[in-house]
Structure formats: C-alpha cells, structure tokens
Design a protein around this ligand. Sequence first.
Ligand code: C2E
Ligand code: MG
Ligand code: MG
Length: 641
Amino acid sequence: MRTSAPTPYTTAPALLLPPILLSSKLVVTGILSAGLALLTVVLALTGVDYWSSRTSMLQDSRVEAAIVADNVSAAVMFRDTGTANEMLAALRSSPMVLAAGVYDTDGVLFAHYVRERDPDFPTTLRAAGMEDALERPGWNLLEIIRPIEGTAAPLGTLYIRKSMREVHTRLAVRFFSALLIAVCVMAMATAMVLRSRAAVREAEHRLHALAHTDAVTGTGNRHAFNERLAAELELARSGRHRVALVYIDLDNFKTLNDTFGHAAGDGLLRQVAQRLQSVVRSTDTISRLGGDEFALTLRLDMDDVALDKYAQRIIGVFQAAYTEVGQQVNVTGSAGIATFPDDASDINALVSNADTAMYRAKEMGKNRCVRFDPSMNQAVVRRQTIEHALRAELEQQGGGLALHYQPLFAARGGAVVGAEALLRWTHAELGTVSPLEAVSVAEDCGLIIPLGYWVLRTACRDASRWNAHGPLRVAVNISARQLGDPQFLERVMDILREEGLPAHLLEVELTETVLMENMEAGAHTLHRLSQLGIHLAIDDFGTGYSSLAYLRQLPMRRLKIDRSFVRDLPEQEHSRTIVTAIVALAHGLGLEVTAEGVETPQQADYLVQQGCDVLQGYVFARPMPVAQFLALQAGVTAPTA
Ligand code: C2E
Ligand code: MG
Ligand code: MG
C-alpha cells in the first residue's frame, strides 16, 4: 500500500538549467573587446613611434644642417660655387635629402644640389617661404634652414629639403608587424577560448545528463520528469495537444527485492524500463521517480478510447514473466492516468490526480490501470475525514468502536472452537464504517498501532470472560504495520498478562500478503509469538499468489482459505480443484485448515468432505456482539450442515 504522498513539482535547481552557461554572444563580445583593445594599443604605440622618429629625425637634420653650413662657409666666403656644389652633392649619401641650396646674404641661390629634377626648387630664399622659421616639418617633407656664419658676419643661408618617406615606411613596417602579432595573439586566444568553451560545454552536457538520468534504468529521473512535464504542459497550453500522465507503481517489488536481493531488484527495474520503452512512442517519455515508481508523459493526440487501449498496452508489459532474478517471477504494476487540461489545470494537480488514480488502482486489487475521476478526490477527502474521526475516537477510548465475534465451528462435530474478533465502528456523522476501510485508513496514517492494541486488548478481555465458561480461542487480525512495531512482542505479552488470557487461547491472523512482505523482518517476531504459545494463522490464503514453500519457513498453525474460493463451491471445478489442493498441501505441512465465508449447506458439506478442520460463515453464524456470543457459547449451537 502506498504511504508516501507525491512529491510536489518544484522548479529545477540552477545546476539543472540548460547547459549553455556562457552565451555565444558574451564570448563574441569578449573577443571583439580584446581585439579592439589590442588595436588601440598598436595604434597608440605607432603614434608614439611616429612622434619619436620625427623628433629624432629633426634633431639629426639640425646637426646635419649645422655641419654642412660649417663646411660650406669657406666656399661661400670665397664665392667658390663649384666647391659649394660639390659639398652639397655629398648629401647624396643621405637618402632622405631631396635637395639642398646655399643662398647668399641677398637670398639669391648660390649653389645647390637636387636628387632628381625639381622645377619647384626655390631660386631665392623668399621663394622657399621660410623667412620667419628655421624648420618646417610637414607630413611628407621636412625643410630646414641654417645661417652660414662667417668670422665677422653671416655669409648666407643653407636650405635642406628632406623626404619623410623613410620614416613612413619604417612606421608602416612596425605598424603592420605589430598588427600581425596582435592578430596572431587574438587568433590564438580565440582558439583557446573556443576550445575551453567546448570543454565546458561538454562537461555541462555530462553534468546535465547525470543530473537527469536514473542510474539504475537509464531513463530520466525525477528532475528530468519535472522539466519534461512542465515543457509538455507549456506546449499543451499553446493549444497544440493534450498531455496524459501515467503513474506506475510496481505491486510486489518490495517482496521480490527482499527475496532475491538488491542487484536482482535493480535488474528487474531495468527490464521493466526496457519493456516500457518498447511500447511507448518516440514523443512519450519514461522517468523513474524513485523506488519502484515510474511515470510516463504522453503527448495526447488520441481520443479516450485510444488512450484506454494505449494504457492497456502499457500495463501489458507486466503480463509476461520476468527472468532477471535467475528464475521466472511475475511482476505486476498499478497505474493511474490523469490528463491535462481535462483532469487538472496545473502541474501539481496533474501529478496529484495521477497519483490518486494509481492509488485507486491498488485499492481495486492492483495489476490494473485506472483513469482519474473527480470523485476520487472525494474519496481522498473521505479518507481524511475518517482519519480525523478515528483519531478522536481512539482518544476517547473507543466510544463508537466495538468488536463483534464470529464463531468458528469444528467441521466434525460442530462444536464452537473459537471466534474471530472483527472490528465494528459506528460514527455519529459518518455512520457505519466498514472495517476494511477503517483499517486501510489507519494503516496509511499510522493509527493502526493504537487501534490494533485497542482491538487486541478488547478481544483478550472478552476472551478471558468467556474463558470462564470453557476455553475458546479468540482470533485477532493483525496488519503489517503492527508486526513492524518494535514494541509489538512486549505489548502482546503485557496485554495477555493484564487481561488474564493464556497465550494458547490467542490466535493471530496475518494475511498472506503481510507475511510475504515481512518474510525477513517479521520472522523473528512470529517465532517469538509461537514460542510464547500464541497460535499463528495465514488469513485469506490464495489471494496473494504466494507459495506455501516460502510460508512454511514460518511457524504457522492454521491456514484460512479465502472466501473467494468457497463462494463457487461446489459447482465450479476450478474452485474445487484449488480447495482440494490447498487442503492437501496444508495438511501435508501440518497446518489446520479453516474455510471462510461458508454461506450454504452445500459448501459446508463439500468442505467437510475435503477434510477442512474448521468452518466459518454466515450459514452458521454472523459476527455478533460479545453478549450474544456468550449466550451462544452457553447454549452451544451445532452447525446445521
Ligand atoms: P477477514 O479477517 O478475512 O474476516 C472475515 C470477513 O469475512 C469478515 O468481514 C466477516 O464478516 C466476513 N464473513 C464471514 N463469513 C462470511 C460469509 O459467509 N459471507 C461473506 N460474504 N462474508 C463473510 P468483515 O468483518 O467486514 O472484515 C473484513 C476484513 O477486515 C477482515 O477480513 C479483516 O481483514 C479486516 N479486519 C476486520 N477487523 C479487523 C481488525 O480488528 N484488525 C485488522 N487488522 N483487520 C481487521
Ligand atoms: Mg481474519
Ligand atoms: Mg479472511
């Protein structure tokens, strides 16, 4: 039985966001900014370089002009044009000098040198346009003049015209080299960023996959489920399709896990996942929500009839036996389906409703698929009301609670050999609540522990009252959670002692499902109970598909054939075969056999014939209040069969 509520939908943690943490835009912007910064640095360096080259060229030219002016002064003084021309021609070795001229004190050209023919060469100092400046540094040309000093007075003026091309060429070479280096650095940096980005992206993908994959089955896990369902609902909201959520819980997984071990259990889960995978469509997803719970998210582009067929196909994966555990075992599952937007308007309601439907499938006998119906929520409300009422009832020490006793008759001789204590509850507002419903709610909410002790104490008290008239055993039903209570043994012993009932007059009834599910955990408790003298009975035998070979490991004394096999006796051959086989098997294992639910004399006759030891049923007596049972005991009525 399911005890945990579905985990409400929560948004995924940051770790689980889509894996692209560094957006491409951010990276491109980063690379462009770095490139721009490098370019700025290169330009700035080139500017500084230009400035310093120009300054040093100016200084060199000043020195050069001063030397030439000095050297040419003698030739000017003696008006020796030839020597002056020769001296100026020596400037040829300086590749930047385009032209040079010497002007006399009247500013008329006296001697000159031109590298190439130059029609613009100024023939007068005035034409050079440098009366009021010693230097004229331009972008392409640098012009410089220097007075040619004589010993007493100036002799003339030297004019030199230089090309800036060499500076520009050097500058261009440096600029493009720096640019090339910058581009190479950028390319390397970009390659490194892209590589590390690819590595980060891959790591993110791996992390994302790990965080979204179930390690056992390889299907999506709860995170993946939450994200996928949210995405599907988003699509559905935009009107593209409906969504169906199928919640599946395996029915007997815990027993198989306990019996065959966890490795085998994991193998079983894998096989279940594979089979589910083989029946769903590519647009549907399977997730394992934990334990033995699976969820399927289906895109619903089909009508309800088709959905029912699809659901049958899904639940059909449990039909064939599973072989993972080294032998063939049957695994069944209960499924609940809720659809969006028909059954729920948001993700939490959808999950909760699918869970409610699955829970109902369990209640209806498991191994089936149930569609959600709004009335189911009313059932949930009713269960809550019952829980509150039961809690109040137990706090008031069982005001509306009572036990009825159904007599048990010896098949041969018809003597009353005991009675089964059955819970009865009449509540002021709820009316009569069936014991099955009350016990089921109590098991779910934990109230079964105080309720169970109340039943045990009341039954022992009543039994010790009728024990005064003759020793009759009382049978008490015990549920799984009671057996799991660590104080169970101690409390049973206390109750027997306090109520004054000998242990051998108490019989504890446990359904075979309870026994199978608590095979290991409960075995010790059962052996201790048996050692104390308490009788143990297997209730409702035949409904849990368990094997007697397993149950024989427990110290059981009695087996009660479920009334579903008695109902069709003696007409139905199937029931006859089963009853005959159970009686033979049980006797072979040294167990007494009780038949439950005997409603007709024919059934009773057949059961007596088959060798049943004890009979219980409406044909003999219905469950009755203790006073009536005491009266019956006093008059001892024999069975009418
Ligand atoms: P059970 O232990 O198998 O009890 C026998 C059930 O069969 C009782 O139903 C009884 O009234 C019913 N019954 C007996 N003879 C006939 C018959 O000839 N025909 C039909 N149709 N039914 C017959 P009841 O009292 O409704 O209890 C149902 C179940 O509730 C019990 O099945 C038992 O599993 C559970 N239960 C009852 N009282 C307690 C309790 O105090 N503790 C626990 N844990 N479970 C209890
Ligand atoms: Mg019973
Ligand atoms: Mg029974």
